[in-house]
Design a protein. Structure first.
Length: 215
């Protein structure tokens, strides 16, 4: 019973986050309940500038908590959070100081280290169940699920629109690590008006988000 409830809670709260119906701190509270971890408040941080990636023009920022890194435009805001404890990473085009500030373009990322283990499933199976539930909630305009394998991760991905002012296009990516039982959920969003123009940047950032398969 607990594993099914955990699965349903995570899927529901992920979708509500995308729709803007829940603040990030509420989503973090739900993850606390499912993962039984203490999540401190996210505070804005300005990582030390790193040399720009010559191939993309983006600036790499280390994510030492997970032995990873992310590539971002130099004028974007990065709020790393405490990823080992289940907090939320935010990377936004807008200048924000906390998770409560509004933004429209960028990504959020959470790490679920307990859901798959609690469910008794492999991380990839657990991720597929969450993705199916989230896609069903997204409605008929959601794209089909796409699955692939890369660098020790099984990735599931789909896109869907979110009504609002402005309307958004959201890409949800679930990266499951069967060797560690870890699931990484990445949510990219941009305005519907700019979604086509920003596809190239989206793919550069997503492909440049490096995660250690041993963590």
């Amino acid at each position: 019973m607990r594993s099914e409830m955990t699965k349903s809670i995570l899927a529901s709260f992920l979708f509500l986050l995308l729709c803007g119906d829940l603040p990030l701190e509420t989503v973090q509270g739900a993850e606390e309940a499912s993962a039984t971890s203490t999540v401190p408040n996210t505070t804005a941080q300005t990582p030390a500038p790193q040399p720009a990636s010559p191939s993309s023009g983006l600036v790499p920022h280390p994510l030492p908590e997970i032995h990873g890194s992310i590539l971002l435009p130099k004028d974007w805001t990065l709020l790393p959070g405490k990823l080992l404890e289940g907090d939320v990473l935010l990377a936004t085009r807008e200048k924000i100081a906390s998770e409560n500030d509004p933004w429209t373009t960028g990504l959020s990322m959470t790490i679920d280290r307990n859901g798959a283990k609690d469910s008794g499933q492999k991380a990839s199976e657990y991720a597929l169940g969450l993705a199916r539930e989230a896609r069903e909630k997204a409605g008929d305009e959601a794209s089909p699920l796409k699955e692939s394998d890369s660098g020790g991760f099984h990735e599931i991905r789909f896109d869907f629109p979110v009504a609002g002012d402005p309307p958004l296009i959201v890409t949800e990516i679930l990266r499951a690590n069967n060797s560690t039982g870890t699931l990484v959920v990445i949510l990219w969003q941009s305005t519907k008006e700019e979604s086509t123009k920003l596809q190239g940047l989206r793919e550069q950032i997503l492909s440049g988000l490096k995660l250690d398969p041993n963590q």
